[in-house]
Design a protein. Structure first.
Length: 273
């Protein structure tokens, strides 16, 4: 599943439309190029419907949300839905402010995302059962551990059935489910949290993977999560005592660029529940 999805992504080289946040837009564009896709980042309501018609997937990211951008997200998402193109929703910071929470819920209510990716606090806020988030990070009580994994899996499956979307909850252990099978993924390393935007990059890559296998959103989402986590590990091994988070950011992008299907199959660390 993982190798096939990565191979199909690189063969298809899909164009992925990202309406994302300005903090991480460059890194999202580079991660798309590294994994074999191409980015386009249009956010003016006057062109988003025309742009998405040329693409294989749409990624909506609320990381630096502005009310002026919400109409563009809704227009692009509606057009993507009408064309049968997968939409990835990344509700960054949902639960941390009323604007972010209500906007993310509006996107969920008016569109049909193929996948939703976020931390557990964001997902709980989107579902209407959240605690206050810690900025754009998960609240301390929402960190996924071995002791809370069963509870997280149960919530993720329920939310997937409720929304009809693949739910990808990322943290120390990642949970990806379509409401039936749940993949508990243990790739990645703590240093990834020291690089701004690794979550945004993952959502962008997820859009590329879903564009490659649009009829298999669970496979696309699992492939993206495993690949990003594994590349974080591979990049960490390259670091010297003189390297910091700036070098690590570049090493992650390099690792994605050089990742092979065989490496991904061998290095992916997951169980299915």
């Amino acid at each position: 599943m993982l190798r096939e999805t990565l191979d199909r992504l690189r063969a298809a080289a899909p164009l992925v439309h990202c309406i994302t946040n300005y903090v991480t837009a460059n890194d999202c564009a580079n991660i798309l190029l590294a994994c074999g896709a191409s980015p386009v980042m249009a956010e003016d309501p006057g062109e988003v419907e025309e742009v998405i018609a040329q693409c294989g997937a749409l990624v909506l990211n609320t990381g630096t949300l502005r009310q002026s951008v919400l109409p563009a997200m809704l227009a692009a998402g509606a057009r993507a839905n009408a064309l049968g193109l997968p939409v990835v929703l990344d509700p960054v910071g949902a639960g941390s402010s009323r604007l972010r929470t209500e906007s993310a819920r509006t996107l969920l209510e008016q569109l049909q995302p193929a996948a939703i990716r976020g931390n557990l606090s964001e997902m709980r806020a989107l579902a209407g059962s959240g605690r206050a988030a810690h900025g754009v990070d998960a609240a301390p009580a929402d960190r996924i551990t071995a002791g809370t994994l069963d509870q997280t899996v149960a919530f993720a499956k329920s939310f997937a059935r409720q929304t009809g979307a693949v739910i990808a909850i990322t943290g120390a252990i990642d949970v990806v489910t379509d409401g039936g099978r749940a993949f508990c993924i243990r790739n990645g390393c703590p240093e990834m949290s020291r690089v701004t935007g690794t979550g945004c990059q993952l959502s962008a890559m997820m859009g590329a993977c879903l564009a490659a296998v649009p009829q298999e959103p669970l496979a696309g989402a699992v492939t993206a999560v495993c690949a990003m986590g594994l590349c974080g590990q591979l990049a960490r091994r390259r670091m010297t005592p003189l390297d910091g988070n700036a070098s690590y950011r570049n090493y992650i992008i390099d690792a994605v660029y050089n990742l092979t299907g065989a490496q991904l199959e061998e290095g992916a660390d997951y169980e299915v529940r």
